[in-house]
Design a protein around this ligand. Structure first.
Ligand code: URA
Length: 233
């Protein structure tokens, strides 16, 4: 929908007067001032007039970030470290869904929908989270069986995981591991329980949502279809 039509259907003013707002530089789309009347507004765009989010875009925001290493999954960090929200320029009060460790990268959902966030992050939700994991050495068939059967390590019980070997290279093995619990340091602890170290850890999928071609530090809005899918879980 064209920006002037969008603004007037939000009840801001007549289409003509809304055009003037755009030309005067008072309208932002996704945090950027736009002056082009040909701008089209989609379902996930966030539109502001004079700094206030308007109309339809008061709906919740759903974002997928490819979290790089070296940042924390909190809104603010006491130690002044970079947070995942530093990648997303918005005035919205967003927060990450669950956590990835400082040195873990990959798919992170970010939203202002607390209900959905709790549902997905809760260990009992059963939502599958898939990781690509590079581990030290070459785990034996017996070790892989332990990962698949479930493990207790340092008094914490980890349910059985889906495990597939992707390949072996330079005295390390790349595994695909899918878990459903989302406990703290889940993958690292499971691998450590075998007496091995995780060398690289990246989340590549949450349920059916995949990271796809997003580069490190890049983010995008979820599609309506993806949001509907998450809500159906
Ligand atoms: N498991 C871990 O050990 N760390 C993460 O960041 C995610 C899963």
């Amino acid at each position: 929908m064209r920006i002037n039509k969008y603004l007037s259907s939000c009840g801001i003013d007549s289409r003509r007067k809304c055009e003037a707002l755009v030309i005067d530089g008072r309208v932002k789309v996704n945090g950027k001032t736009i002056t082009e009347l040909a701008t089209d507004i989609g379902d996930n765009d966030i539109v502001e007039v004079d700094g206030n989010v308007v109309g339809i875009s008061r709906r919740k925001t759903y974002i997928m970030l490819n979290k790089p290493k070296g940042c924390v999954c909190t809104v603010k960090d006491d130690k002044g470290r970079k947070t995942v929200l530093d990648f997303i320029k918005t005035d919205r009060r967003l927060f990450p869904v669950g956590r990835l460790d400082y040195d873990t990268e990959g798919l992170l959902l970010i939203t202002d929908d607390g209900e959905l966030a709790n549902k997905i992050a809760h260990p009992k939700s059963g939502v599958k989270k898939t990781y690509t994991v590079r581990v030290e050495g070459e785990p034996s068939a017996a070790e892989l069986k332990r990962l698949r059967g479930g493990i207790t390590y340092n008094g914490v019980k980890y349910s059985g995981a889906e495990v597939a070997v992707i390949g072996v290279e330079n005295n390390s093995t790349r595994l695909s591991i899918t878990v459903t619990e989302g406990k703290n340091h889940e993958i690292k602890n499971m691998i450590e329980s075998l007496g091995r170290r995780v060398l690289f850890l990246k989340r590549v999928a949450v349920g059916e949502l995949r990271l796809g071609g997003l580069s490190r530090g890049e983010w995008r809005y979820l599609s309506e279809r993806e949001v509907t899918y998450l809500k159906s879980l």
